[in-house]
Design a protein around this ligand. Sequence first.
Ligand code: GLC
Ligand code: CA
Length: 655
Amino acid sequence: MTANGKKDPLWFKDAIFYELSVRSFYDSNSDGIGDFPGLIQKLDYLEDLGVNALWLLPFYPSPLKDDGFDITEYCDIHPDYGTLKDFKLFLKEAHQRGIRVVTELILNHTSDQHPWFEKSRRARAGSRYKDYYVWSETTEKFKEARVIFSDEESSNWSWDNEAKAYYWHRFYRHQPELNFENPEVQHEIIKVVDFWLKLGVDGFRLSSVAFLFEKEGTSCENLPETHVFLKKLRAHIDKHYEDKILIAEANLWPEDAAAYFGKGEECHMSFNYPLMPRLFLGLRTEDTYPIIDIMEQTPGTAPNTQWALFLRNHDEIGLEMVTEEEKDYLFKAYANDPHTKHNLGIRRRLSPLLNNDRRKMELLYTILFSLPGTPVLYYGDEIGMGDNIYLGDRFGVRTPMQWNMSLNAGFSDANPQKLYLPIITDPVYRYESVNVATHEENPSSLVWWIKNVLAMRSRLNVFGRGDMKFIDSSNAKVLCFVRSYESQRIIVVANLSQFSQATTLNFSGFNDCDITEVFSQNKFKSVEGEEYAITIGPYGYFWFQADASEKKEEAIGSSELQLFKTEVSWEKVFANYHEVRVFERKILQPFMKKCRWFGGKAKIISKMGIHKVIPLRVEGDTYFLTVIEVHYVQRLPDLFPPTPFLIKWSTPRKV
Ligand code: GLC
Ligand code: CA
């Protein structure tokens, strides 16, 4: 739903995603493993951070040999994480806070302990379950397919003694590939999709989607059959549901990754894998070229689609999509300890990759929040969490979330030895100092910085919806582009260098514009002529709002309070936590920002809510005298309005 209660199929364009694993987030029953009841308790934190969509890593029954990407039952919850009932409650609580929930659809493979595989390996040729998986008598088939988990596996075929045949797998040997040539397998997956969508899930990340089909003489990736299946899946979803999305995990070159959008009739989103390592490359080489070059190679996509942008996730930084030269450079620059290498990539969290340099983190986040696409944050990176490169596989970036300085970083009350993975105790990143509570207490912390930028970004829908054009900069260390949407134009300037830089930007499109720096609301010099000279500090960045001079006094819009519909009896609305939050978010905040008397518009708002309500009876009608409290970044809060106003409540008449 949008703020005014309407459905919006393009909601994902304005979303801020947060990727998390239920088992890493918060343990409610002291068994050392995070769970759904625990996650529910932390939803307020996520809402406050400013994210409005969650991407949950797998939480299904599984032997957890690939952290849950090895499923034994598609339509249930792993008992460590709770029950289906807990999941439903979680979904309801998230939705009440305006947070959507996207889950993993692991359609490419199952665990070798899945009942389908157990049946398949025993089935006779021609019987029902045999063709659920891909079997062969030799390992000679599909020779051109690369081995992805090259550190652990040497072949895509493994021998099964029971079946007396080889089975096909692109990842670990315990993850046999489902056979998508078999219509029954496709049907099973659609049943899984129906199960979760009917529960109210808002969409899926289609993991390993590039590998669904195999064909002799090809790389067995990205085959046309995969796109045919995706169109079918999308048509099914569009026919039966509203506002649901599909996100492709396809680590490919821009053209191929964009193919997962189809013409707008396949996936709604696709992760921008080629861009991500080039942000790190650009930063380290202090050169905008890798970023501009990859963006220019990225094709335009249908209006109902959007790239998902990320800096880090639960996997290694895969370097498949860079040249050999770039790979060598990235390994040298970011992975000089061999423990940080994994398969063809680098297994590190954001902060250790950037030497815990706050300026670099801010810079990369600013670029991430500014480029065309929907940003996806990885849990823990908002507090600059560290990693543990000695844990094996990718576990080093999957350790428990650090909430406070108490036992187990406040993640769990269990015996520390019982935790599913140890807490980070590295001297630089130790949980006693790197945790949510310390960050929240310090208004200069990274968490506060992220909250502020996200709050500002949500006021400028140009970033989620607008188009983008690079602006020439005379200095190759300074990146500059403009985002435009309707009448909004934001110019983004970012200095990739560790030193201050001077540059001249080509502002020919902004003749006579006034330039306002978005965060401070400070006026910079107006544009006269084509050239705009600026200086910018080390790893500095600007968001400049460009307004045509005559449009300076933009219409503020109507300040009418919208109708608020609720199931709760109106007398009890203000006593109901959820209703108050929904009212604040959907009605109050947009309303306040439009009011002429609201002087806080120029300051960075961190939080806005109802401070006090006093019921009043006036001439037989009930009113609520409502005082609003607005918190700002590093400034004292204000109470609004300066003169109290009355909100009139009425009960709808029964028809
Ligand atoms: C996806 C996941 C990764 C997993 C792989 C194989 O790529 O992101 O974590 O290991 O699938 O299951
Ligand atoms: Ca638990």
